[in-house]
Design a protein around this ligand. Structure first.
Ligand code: SF4
Length: 90
């Protein structure tokens, strides 16, 4: 099985009210490296046509990689209660 197929098995219960990861858009605007674009295994960080970071926390695997690679995040915490990812391995 490929990674995409396996990711497709996971179940996400998204807390629409509370983002568990919050970006600092001002910091993103002046960040040259933008490691988030390459390190997130779920590919949740993208660039729009203006070169700004777009981020959707809904598919987060809670791996913590962006927390380590980006020192500018306003917030990184695990989703509360029953929210977040449930890993299923097929
Ligand atoms: Fe991506 Fe992992 Fe950060 Fe979630 S915690 S946004 S899966 S790098």
């Amino acid at each position: 099985q490929g990674t995409d197929e396996l990711l497709g098995l996971d179940k996400f219960t998204v807390d629409e009210e509370n983002a568990h990861i919050v970006l600092d858009k001002t910091a993103c605007a002046v960040c040259n490296d933008k490691p988030c674009l390459v390190v997130c295994p779920a590919g949740l960080y993208k660039l729009n046509d203006k070169g700004e970071i777009l981020f959707d926390y809904a598919g987060c695997l809670e791996c913590g990689t962006c927390r380590i690679m980006c020192h500018q995040l306003k917030q990184w915490k695990y989703p509360t209660g029953t929210f977040g990812v449930s890993f299923r391995f097929g």
